[in-house]
Design a protein around this ligand. Structure first.
Ligand SMILES: *Cc1c(COP(=O)(O)O)cnc(C)c1O
Length: 503
């Protein structure tokens, strides 16, 4: 199977090349030429497999130049028991005594307690194999600009991975105390972290500038290195996410929630860059019986409007919310969906994306809107409602969820109220509540005290809810700080060259 570009139909590249390159030269994204199909018999056969085996089964159809042994090696290393606690990287937990019953797919049992681990634990293995397959002898230098979750997950994923180095830039005053501590205590010989004097946009712009600066690339090339990206538009980050929708369906069959052949489920996803929900869409196209894909947003509701009206308009106020990983106004992965539902019309997609970058707005045609509405439902909720949902879900169902998951829970409740749909539903849970302890504590505790430290809030949350602090967060307070670098936003490339000992 080869991969093609969403803005140029003539592009054809191998899976390994798509993963090494990350993004197509014309700015388009790589997508598989065809989607492999799975029958009910295939799903039934997967029911009794482990998560690692399920992942290997699906990956092999997308990575033809990888041998079965290589794929098994990659997924076994990624989802090893010392990385994902509890014996299942993506368990489905029934939450039944709430006003609206649901099945919560917990994707945060990895080393950084957020769902980005599901992809970023696997991507480094796929990338190093891909480098070898494309006969590239160079060391990959991964540059990341982060507003919090991605940076830490990428550091954990790439730590001590052969032939890679990783440098993460974050805005000095733009991440939570927990996220800052998670990054600055990062272990590994090939990792580096640097705060910049600026906001997230400055960090992102700085990284993009370094990527396209020929003098920096040349210096790297001459020294046996090349840039690579761990960004969520890399196909190697999307592919691992398709797996857990298959896995959730298999688990629901095994749990007896699904009893009939081809029985449908709904999937509700708290959405930012549209990667997670796009993976659910691909799973549906590949044969997982999914009825509705429910797209949940916070106050940055650009996707809610788009999926309901066909107008994408990023010209709006940006809201800093308590679900910060969904504070996004340009959802990059939407491009892959549009390419698919327009019948792979690369010219149309290129035109809309051109309008988006020129004016911040585009409108799809009536036919495309009808298809979107058939596949998706979309709604949003604000911070106050998010906290209220955390409080009620804990009170009524004894289930503690984080701020991102709570947005999905609330939007699902809105959906059921509006439609009366009783299809069994998977609500995707993307972070541990302990990662956003401040907001979660203030939602569930009557004696919330804002003046205590982040780690004290973690302890207070455990006491107030009688739940377990995940090991990676419990151990964090004792970890020594390894990085305290700060640089000006205009000095990012010279910081990089220093770190690589090229200056
Ligand atoms: C990244 C992230 C999201 C958004 O996922 P997308 O794939 O960007 O839509 C939601 N919740 C959490 C906790 C995240 O870290």
């Amino acid at each position: 199977m080869n991969y093609k570009g969403t803005r140029d139909a003539s592009i054809s590249t191998t899976a390994a090349q798509a993963i090494v390159q990350g993004i197509s030269k014309d700015g388009g994204l790589f997508v598989p030429e065809t989607l492999p199909q799975y029958s009910h018999a295939d799903l039934s056969a997967m029911k009794n497999l482990s998560y690692v085996q399920r992942a290997a089964r699906i990956l092999r159809d997308f990575l033809p130049e990888f041998s079965e042994e290589e794929i098994l090696e990659c997924v076994s290393a990624a989802y090893a028991a010392d990385k994902f606690s509890g014996g299942h990287p993506a368990p489905v937990v029934p939450v039944n005594n709430a006003s609206v019953p649901m099945n919560v797919l917990e994707l945060w049992h990895g080393p950084t307690c957020a769902f980005k681990d599901m992809a970023l634990q696997l991507l480094p293995h796929l990338l190093t194999h891909s480098l070898r397959k494309t006969k590239c002898e160079k060391t990959a230098v991964i540059l990341v600009a982060t507003s919090g979750d991605t940076g830490k997950a990428a550091l954990e994923g790439f730590k001590d991975v052969d032939r890679t180095k990783i440098l993460v830039f974050y805005p000095e005053n733009g991440v939570s105390p927990m996220q800052k501590h998670q990054m600055n205590t990062q272990e590994g010989e090939n990792v580096c972290v640097c705060a910049i004097e600026g906001n997230f946009d400055d960090a992102q712009t700085g990284v993009k500038k370094i990527f396209v600066d020929p003098s920096v690339s040349d210096t790297l090339h001459q020294n046996g290195m090349l840039f690579s990206s761990a960004n969520s538009i890399n196909w190697g980050r999307l592919l691992p996410q398709i797996v857990y929708y298959f896995s959730a369906y298999c688990d629901l069959m095994a749990q007896g929630v699904l009893t009939e052949e081809g029985q449908k489920i709904n999937v509700v996803v708290p959405t930012g860059n549209f990667g997670n929900i796009l993976a659910a869409y691909y799973a549906k196209k590949m044969g997982v019986p999914i009825h509705k894909l429910v797209c949940a947003s916070n106050a940055n509701n650009v996707l809610t409007e788009f999926l309901n009206t066909g107008v994408y308009d990023r010209n709006r106020e940006f809201h800093a919310t308590i679900s910060p990983s969904m504070d996004i106004l340009i959802s990059s992965n939407l491009e892959r969906l549009l390419y698919d539902i327009t019948g792979e019309d690369a010219d149309k997609v290129a035109d809309w994306m051109g309008q988006l970058s020129a004016t911040g707005r585009y409108q799809v045609d009536a036919d495309t809107l009808a298809k979107l509405k058939d596949l998706f439902c979309a709604a949003y909720c604000d911070d106050a409602t998010t906290k209220e949902t955390i409080r009620e879900t804990f009170r009524d169902a004894k289930y503690l969820c984080d701020t991102h998951t709570a947005v999905a829970v609330n939007v699902y409740q809105q959906y059921v109220r509006k439609t009366g749909d009783t299809t069994p539903t998977v609500v995707v849970s993307t972070a541990s509540p302990y990662k956003f302890a401040d907001a979660v504590l203030s939602a569930v505790s009557d004696s919330y005290d804002n003046t205590i430290s982040e780690f004290e809030k973690v302890q207070a949350l455990a006491r107030a809810t009688n739940t377990q602090i995940p090991a990676p967060i419990a151990g964090l307070a004792e970890k020594p700080v390894r990085f305290s670098n700060v640089c000006e936003k205009d000095s990012m490339s010279s910081f990089l060259l220093q770190m690589l000992h090229l200056k």
